[in-house]
Write a protein that binds this ligand. Sequence first.
Ligand SMILES: [Zn+2]
Length: 339
Amino acid sequence: MATQVACTIDLAEEGKQLGRLALPKLTNTGGWASTFIPIASVANGDGPNVLVLAGNHGDEYEGQVAALRLIQELEPEQVAGRVTVIPVLSPAASKANTRMWPSGINFNRSFPGVWDGRPDEQLADYLTRFLFPPADVVIDMHSGGRSAWFMPCSHMHVVDDAEQRRAMLAGMQAWNSDYHFLYVDINGTGLLCVEAEQQGKVVITTELGGGGRVPAAVHELAWSGLNNVLRHLGVLEGEVVTRASMGLPDAVIVDGRDPANYVVAPEDGIFEALLEPPTGVKAGDPVARLWFPDTPARPPEVLRAPLDGILAVIRSIPATEAGDGVFTTGQVIEAAELA
Ligand SMILES: [Zn+2]
């Protein structure tokens, strides 16, 4: 199969390997240059094949740190099966502290990709045709990035296939976050997770905070959750921890499938949050205000909860343009309703 992406390690080999993907880099100064994307594989005998991904969006560092640490610490004798790790899918965006690639592309809208298309499409295609097919499970770690604080959680699409959905639900719950979120795609198509889901993979994703800073507790949740999910899947040795075994109540599952939950700014302004996620709201409750610096005499616009539920996400950048996402709510749902 044709691809523009070269991989320096053998993804069928046993043991621990660290290498890189290379794809053509088109610059003014690099000559016949390559973009390097580190990749690691830790494999030992039979067991699940798990693909761990982070840095899909460059400014979401929680998963990048956990995945880099996993490469350092994971050894073959701890593994049954294979763990393949790409800790930073979008290296230039990560270095630039941006969601998008420097080309202006959102890599999470580049799937399934094109083997000889734009660089992002070439990389997406490599994942789609070479990395997803052998995987049983795809973990893709996200957060709110610079633009939003998302209550730290694992989350999922509610896929149609019941067996796949139950496995994704169990994987999501194994992260042991206090909350989980059920999301829908209201911002375009071409998502990495959708391509993996359509290939029948168990897809486990996160929204680990964000807002331009990573609290230590969120780094800890990224690390502990990732490790517990790997144990839950049976690819990493050790006892699976549950919220019950930690003496914690069941996690709250917040259902964001009603598109009305996704609130955007009606006009330009300076955003002021009045509440912090996660918190309960009633429809009509004030959640935030929009101020108008060019017309100080004008009262701020109050932005209200669209529905009863839980405030799950809030904007973290005060400067706001019309149409920018400002907050997201969802409704509590029982896990049994998803089984
Ligand atoms: Zn993201």
